[in-house]
Design a protein. Structure first.
Length: 208
């Protein structure tokens, strides 16, 4: 596949745009988001290496969400017809695409639950536990530590909290010796306690 690099804050695809190729994230962090007319943005998903970024947009023919690089990213470009045309899909590819759709739906559903029912502490704790599982699955996390080069503003857009609320919540997690976040590295200092706080059950990440 061809590769394409983007710098932070560059758009991979705009909300409402028709995709020309399908993309898989090879390195970096990117996000899907919806933006209101006043410019306010809600991040609806964090994407990590190994994720297909725009599968739903490819199958639908247009993107209901924008996709923007949060860090420097490298994407693999897959010809549209290989993904969008079921007649050209071999069984193994069709199974992989189905897995991606179910996986994305499971992660999205868990995010809705966080926004609607989890406390601020639980939202951040759950996010940190989820990213640990997802990154460890693709060999990009140690047992209790991984790269998290995001800003508090981006965490705010993802969790539905203000910047101030995110900052205060991070301070509480630090004061309870649950996390250390320094220079873009997140350490889970007491992973079992963090998972209990978040009521984290990774089963939803194992869809097939």
């Amino acid at each position: 596949m061809r590769e394409r690099a983007l710098d932070p804050d560059q758009n991979l695809i705009l909300q409402g745009e028709a995709p020309q190729v399908a993309h898989i994230l090879l390195s970096g962090y990117t996000c899907r988001h919806r933006t209101l007319m006043n410019g306010r943005r809600q991040i609806t998903a964090i994407l990590v290496p190994g994720d297909m970024c725009d599968l739903e947009a490819v199958l639908r023919g247009w993107a209901d969400s924008g996709i923007t690089a949060l860090t420097r990213c490298v994407f693999g470009e897959i010809p549209l017809e290989q993904v969008a045309d079921p007649l050209r899909q071999e069984p193994e590819l069709a199974r992989a695409l189905l897995h991606q759709l179910l996986y994305q739906k499971a992660v999205d559903s868990e995010r809705v639950l966080s926004l609607g029912q989890r406390t601020a502490l639980q939202r951040l704790a759950h996010l940190f536990c989820e990213l640990q599982e997802r990154l460890q699955a693709v060999g990009l996390a140690e047992e209790d530590e991984y790269s998290l080069p995001l800003t508090q503003a981006e965490l705010s857009e993802l969790t539905g909290m203000t910047n101030v609320h995110v900052n205060r919540t991070l301070q509480v997690l630090r004061s309870q010796n649950l996390i250390r976040w320094h220079r873009g590295r997140l350490s889970l200092l007491n992973r079992p306690a963090l998972e209990r706080l978040a009521e984290f059950d990774p089963t939803y990440l194992r869809v097939l």
